[in-house]
Design a protein around this ligand. Structure first.
Ligand code: ZN
Length: 385
């Protein structure tokens, strides 16, 4: 007989409390005398709790105010412990969510941006702050100002479930943005600065947030993407989008040719073609999946291809699996804005039920129900003489 398999790891170790297993073998270490459960926090803060001041303490990398604000999320048994003990407890939790390398990465990113912004002279200063009437086509602005699903639907098409397309950017703005990217790349080369690419998959392209467009893109996201996401992507955290990653990608000869099949590190993705002349480069979509099922089989009803048109936007969930076909001639630039929601990510951690938007979760659930019905009816008929 084979050994029973080891118990599966906990699904969410952040809310996992170790339990005493009675079937532990004897050569295993007993729990320490002062047995402390896994660190945990309460979801809702204790509103009337007066947090300590951590200003004078050496706290590795964390701002003292962060600890003061986190303190109200401590479990009861920790709330009135000595300050040092609470600080250590909270630091341990923070270290799980923000590993050291992430801190170093964030610090380096801040330094990198500062260095670039202080040395880079913009070509088109006017696109660094939001001027909606110069950026967007009138039909799109009207749809947003209408503040209703009906006004959005009037200009926004949904050629495939969960994929929305619409005319968004004026040709003049697209032109300026492409010139700015080109100007920035020349500056980087001339100044012999290192360029940080937008993601792990694109070898070409630039992060707009790195050279001064962060505030403009934040307002772009809040005022012109979130209103759409609130309506079309509610179950993906569309109404709580709070941060963005904005970049331009370049495809063509001497650039990236295509992009493999993937999901985005975003709740909602906006992708707008800026130009120029090109052929090929279609986006192919192949079904929405949760983390557990990103590689599961494509169903025939999930196949949708989309051809770019300059100025036209496509908006989709980051979980919608997609890829980019080769750009067969010419040069193509696209503006991509990944919109994120920490609230959505945090609540997802605690969800026990399967996500209703994952097609594979749905399929498996149907399959389970079918099997249960089949076995029940077999038992029923089996009992007959
Ligand atoms: Zn799933």
């Amino acid at each position: 007989m084979s050994q029973p398999p080891p118990p599966p790891p906990p699904e969410n170790d952040d809310i996992y409390y170790p339990t005493h297993h009675h079937n532990q073998s004897h050569n295993q270490q007993p729990p320490p005398a002062t047995f402390t459960p896994y660190p945990s926090l309460r979801l809702n803060p204790v509103r009337d709790h007066h947090s300590e001041n951590y200003e004078d303490m050496q706290l590795d990398h964390y701002p003292p105010l962060l600890l003061s604000s986190l303190e109200r999320h401590l479990p009861n048994r920790m709330l009135n412990r000595p300050r040092e003990e609470k600080a250590e407890y909270m630091t341990n939790i923070l270290n799980k969510y923000y590993p050291l390398n992430e801190h170093i990465r964030m610090q380096k990113q801040r330094e990198y941006r500062q260095k670039i912004i202080s040395s880079y002279p913009p070509l088109h200063k006017e696109i660094y702050s939001m001027h909606a009437e110069n950026f967007f086509v009138p039909s799109f602005l009207e749809a947003i100002q209408g503040k209703s699903e009906a006004s959005l639907r009037r200009v926004i098409a949904e050629p495939f479930k969960g994929i929305f397309t619409f005319q968004m950017l004026q040709p003049g703005f697209c032109q300026k943005l492409m010139e700015e990217v080109d100007h920035f790349e020349r500056h980087i080369k001339r100044a012999k600065l290192k360029i940080m690419r937008p993601n792990t998959m694109n070898q070409f392209g630039v992060v707009l947030d790195d050279f001064g467009m962060e505030a403009m893109l934040q307002s772009f996201m809040e005022t012109f993407i979130r209103p759409l996401s609130e309506v079309f992507f509610t179950e993906f955290g569309g109404s709580s989008l709070e941060s963005h990653h904005g970049y331009v990608v370049e495809y063509g000869t001497n650039r990236d040719l295509d992009l493999g099949f993937h999901v985005d590190d975003a709740e909602v993705t906006l992708n707008v073609c800026l130009g120029k002349q090109f052929s090929g480069g279609e986006l192919y979509f192949r079904g929405v999946r949760c983390d557990n099922h990103v590689n599961s089989q494509i169903q025939s009803e999930e196949i949708f291809d989309y051809s770019h048109v300059p100025g036209q936007a496509v908006l989709h969930s980051g979980r919608h699996r997609h890829g980019v076909r080769p750009t067969t001639s010419g040069h193509r630039l696209n503006l991509i804005i990944w919109c994120r929601s920490s609230v959505h990510r945090e609540t997802k951690r605690y969800q026990k039920e399967f996500p209703t938007w994952c097609a594979e979760c749905k399929r498996q659930r149907k399959e389970r129900i079918r099997a249960r019905i089949a076995s029940a009816s077999q038992n029923f008929f089996g009992m007959r003489p």
